[in-house]
Design a protein around this ligand. Structure first.
Ligand SMILES: [Zn+2]
Length: 232
């Protein structure tokens, strides 16, 4: 393994996995984003344009463009005259993300209920079964992935592109914290029953109930995460 590969673990693999038709900038952006949210590149890691260009076999332009996109997503910060670094991961960010997430997911559940379909309900049930399986096998990463998928499916059915965009943005904050704390989890936060109740409300077309349950679900997810971070 080359020194650049060691400095950016998993970056080349993620770049090669991104479909070629997307073009260099999108492929570099997706690969860097994945490494940052999975915390293979931790807070403060330098995003060296020349080293990454060499590692991925592309020019510096798509690297520079990818950095600009990731700065907009709050995943990278630019330091004047010094370059770009993976953004810090602060407790305040987690608090701010959950405050907004609660409202975004509540609204997502409301809108998804208005536009509900048998396919949506079936899809949510299937994802929640994956979450159940992860709980049974105590697989924290699989649980986390299934939970993220559950909420992404819901948001995708709102027909509101801003909810989808904000939701992804907030997911990235939570995913970065998950990467840091996963090893401390003896077992994942449950959430299965709460999800089932949300699905039930959506299936019945009960808009207010779906929204209320989603907000309560986010509150309890936040409480679990914070207890973990503070060691309660
Ligand atoms: Zn959930």
């Amino acid at each position: 393994m080359s020194a650049d590969q060691e400095e950016f673990p998993g970056l080349k693999e993620a770049f090669l996995q991104a479909p070629k038709h997307l073009g260099s900038t999108k492929r570099v952006t997706a690969a860097l984003r994945e490494c940052i949210v999975e915390t293979r590149l931790g807070p403060g890691a330098w995003i060296r344009e020349d080293a990454i260009a060499k590692l991925l076999g592309v020019s510096r332009t798509p690297i520079r463009d990818a950095i600009s996109i990731l700065v907009d997503e709050d995943l990278v910060v630019r330091l004047p005259n010094r370059g770009a670094q993976v953004a810090p991961l602060l407790m305040d960010d987690l608090i701010a993300a959950y405050a907004l997430r609660q409202q975004v997911e509540g609204l997502a559940a409301r809108l998804a209920t208005i536009r509900t379909s048998p396919q949506l309900v079936a899809e949510l049930r299937a994802v929640n079964q994956q979450l159940r399986a992860a709980i049974d096998t105590r697989d924290t990463d699989a649980w986390h992935a299934a939970n993220m998928r559950f909420h992404a499916v819901l948001r995708a059915h709102t027909g509101n592109k801003y909810i989808e965009r904000f939701g992804k943005h907030l997911d990235n904050v939570i995913r970065r914290f998950h990467g840091r704390t996963a090893s401390q989890l003896s077992q994942p936060h449950d959430g299965f029953e709460e999800h089932e109740a949300i699905i039930e409300a959506i299936d019945k077309g009960n808009v207010d109930e779906a929204e209320k349950l989603s907000i309560a679900h986010m509150r309890s997810a936040r409480a679990t995460r914070f207890a973990l971070m503070t060691g309660d």
